[in-house]
Design a protein around this ligand. Structure first.
Ligand code: COA
Length: 140
């Protein structure tokens, strides 16, 4: 089911399958194709809010024998394509993670963070808050 979830032909099916695997996912959230969410070696360690967009080919890692904690992605956040998120980390409400970034530390709400490791470069403009998932629905 994990492989099916990752490569499911639609965002909505992917969300349903990942929920079935123990990932907490809010309403109106999109998970892009090819995205791998850690949910086999650990259960219930990834919590994704509502109106979030996790763009395709991202990787969310939540297991490591020497670490504890979880990944929390708060409402309205946008994770750019091919990003890697390594727990324990909290990505704040409406934050944006640039394409290809590696997130290893908490990102505050409304921040735009890019790079490896991801660093905050600015705050997200008010006009771009809140509707990211709707804007790219069907494209992620
Ligand atoms: C993060 C992002 C939103 C920033 O866009 P923006 O606000 O227009 O920012 P800019 O393009 O002006 O970039 C600002 C700086 O950050 C750098 N930067 C932007 N995105 C970056 C990224 N993903 N990784 C590393 N650096 C990045 C730029 O090179 C620029 O650096 P400089 O000031 O030294 O020239 C955008 O670059 C991005 O990565 N979007 C994700 C796209 C995506 O994944 N789409 C999938 C849709 S499903």
């Amino acid at each position: 089911m994990r492989i099916l979830a990752r490569h499911a032909p639609s965002n909505s099916l992917r969300v349903v399958l990942y929920r079935g695997l123990g990932v907490s996912i809010g309403m109106n959230t999109l998970i892009g194709g090819g995205t791998w969410i850690d949910c086999v070696y650990v259960k219930g360690k990834v919590k994704i809010g509502s109106n979030v967009l996790v763009s395709g080919h991202s990787i969310l890692i939540a297991h490591d024998p020497w670490k504890s904690g979880e990944i929390v992605i708060e409402d309205g956040a946008w994770i750019g394509v091919s990003s890697t998120i390594i727990f324990p980390v909290r990505i704040g409400k409406n934050a944006v993670i640039g394409a290809g970034s590696v997130v290893t530390r908490d990102i505050p709400e409304n921040a735009v963070a890019v790079g490896v490791p991801a660093r905050v470069i600015k705050n997200r403009g008010r006009e771009r808050i809140g509707d990211m998932a709707d804007k790219v629905r069907g494209l992620a």
